[in-house]
Design a binder for this molecule. Sequence first.
Ligand SMILES: Cc1ncc(COP(=O)(O)O)c(C=O)c1O
Length: 423
Amino acid sequence: MIADTPGLMEAVRNRFAHVETCPFEGPRIFFENAGGALRLKSVIDTSATFAGYPDNQGRANPASQALMDTIARGKADMALFFNAPGGQCFVGESGTEILFRMIRTAALGAADGGQMLGSTLEHPASASAMARWAEVTGRPHRRVVHDDATGTVDVAAYRAALTPDTRVATIVHTSPVTGMAVDVEAIAAAIRQVAPECFIIVDGIQHASHGAVDVAAIGADGYALSPYKMFSRHGYGVGWASDRLTACPKEQIANGPAANWEMGTRDAGAYATFSDVVDYLDWLGAQFTESTDRRARLEAAGRAIRAHEERLIRAMLHGLDNLPGLAQMDGVQLIGGDAVEGREGVVSLRLAGMPSADLVEHLREQGIRVHIRKNDHYCSNILGPLGLEDCIRVSVCHYNTEDEVRRFLSAMQQAVERAAAAE
Ligand SMILES: Cc1ncc(COP(=O)(O)O)c(C=O)c1O
């Protein structure tokens, strides 16, 4: 456990910037990780260094060679992170753009006809891409309905909607609103059984900072990440595409390398900062395994992160010391139930008698940063069926501590009392 290894939590927190203090507002607890995780200090240094290089790739000089080596190393680190069985790792504009591009490529590359299949749990990035390219290619876009009570979608729901002519399927690995993970391996296996040729694209954007990624085990064709949600920075998204998805016709410079997914000149700094993330996870994993194998260390880091976050989430939901958890607080409504198992970093909730915007403000005054989620184009898929206009989202990562959860629970208890007094 991270917190049980002497000095390790301090060493972890020391690797990140702005852990305890917002540069704009002062001391605060950062529980807005699902909106963007804390940045590694190494990422900040690397970004500045690469921003300063004027050289371009593909020239016969040492600076150019260094940039190309950085990109090659970044791609190798991405492949390690994904546990990619071949295929291509690449950067794009954002997670949304990566999802749109892979879904578009799959929809246009698949055999004519058939259906496109996703779920109502998905973030609108993949759901909108599926809707658009289903319409353009003249296919129905079917959406399996998630379970409001558990905040997830299961294999049985997908199975009921599967047909042998399912051409493209999308699966969200973890919901960024309910925080609940999906059994992607089981769903992908069910899809392969019924529609072996289907292109399966996974949105791993909320999952990636909370446990290891293994596209080989999933058997997917595409997997998307947002580096700013996994300790890197804004400005790029990362994708992995299988060889068969890569073989589909893609937008590219005519007569350029056919396997290339990147469009135009790449930012070598983006690749370098992804390597910083992998180096960090490698270091963290090495605290928990003797193995010298980097993939084994990434997996060990994933297990350590999961175990620590489970402890935080359990405390948040079910109490810590003499403080009641959210599940015991009067007037608190949890979105997607109170399960600890399967929850990846997120608890969304409402408090009766206090508008969500006021609750965000109350927590801000107590030095705790969280975010409101509204029944809008981003979250209506989750909040709409529950008949809710908004909620607040509290999101943690492995560098958060039980003490921070304790302070959050105290602040929530005050909010509960204020809401009750106002009634
Ligand atoms: C699950 C999920 N998918 C997609 C996105 C969109 O990612 P990006 O902001 O990189 O476009 C998000 C962002 O919140 C997300 O949580």
